[in-house]
Design a protein around this ligand. Structure first.
Ligand SMILES: CC(C)(COP(=O)(O)OP(=O)(O)OC[C@H]1O[C@@H](n2cnc3c(N)ncnc32)[C@H](O)[C@@H]1OP(=O)(O)O)[C@@H](O)C(=O)NCCC(=O)NCCS
Length: 172
């Protein structure tokens, strides 16, 4: 069911940060959530990733890492713990003005380190960005290799009957 708080934005978040601005990777704060909501749902409206509601993002704020340039959030990514041995990279997005500069990698690497510290042995992603995750050491696997994910989240996903995402895993 769609939350009443969810209204997909149709336009890209406007940035004041110049593309050459220096970028800081840090933990997310609650004040970042409106920008994360815009960024994620901009891509979700294009079919690139799954949408998130404001309440989902506030609930998961401690799982997020962000990329900040000139005081503005220009990217985000999160690690969700799925099971005793399994974590997932969720909601990774970089503003188009800042893509191709290594920000995606810079956000995923600390999340993989965090997974390792938590004792998680495998991190996965369900994604259309196979090239990106391959460069970060992930490999494609059949979705049935991810039973907990399939049973917990896919059961309520709107893409359930026409899922086009590729399952990719990496040992950490
Ligand atoms: C996917 C995304 C997060 C990548 O962010 P990015 O900051 O541009 O990626 P990086 O610059 O860190 O790229 C890291 C590596 O992946 C490679 N890469 C990135 N996107 C790629 C693609 N589409 N195809 C092949 N390789 C790719 C880069 O060349 C780089 O390789 P290198 O480190 O060996 O030189 C970004 O394109 C994005 O926000 N896309 C839209 C939202 C989306 O689809 N999110 C994924 C949801 S699961």
């Amino acid at each position: 069911m769609t939350s009443p708080l969810y209204q997909p934005p149709v336009s890209l978040p406007r940035l004041n940060a110049p593309p050459e601005a220096q970028v800081l990777i840090r933990r997310a704060r609650v004040g970042d959530i409106p920008r994360l909501y815009e960024l994620i749902n901009y891509y979700a409206a294009r079919g690139d990733m799954l949408p998130k509601t404001l309440d989902q993002l506030y609930n998961k704020v401690r799982a997020f890492i962000v990329a900040e340039a000139a005081g503005e959030v220009v990217g985000c990514a999160s690690l969700h713990v799925t099971w005793a041995d399994l974590g997932e990279i969720v909601s990774i997005a970089v503003h188009p003005d800042f893509q191709g500069r290594g920000l995606g990698r810079l956000m995923v690497e600390p999340l993989l380190e965090e997974a390792r510290e938590l004792g998680i042995t495998t991190v996965f992603a369900l994604t259309l960005q196979v090239g990106f995750f391959s460069r970060l050491g992930f490999r494609e696997v059949p979705k049935l290799h991810l039973p907990h994910k399939i049973w917990q989240d896919c059961a309520t996903c709107f893409k359930q009957d026409r899922c086009d995402e590729v399952a990719m895993i990496r040992q950490v």
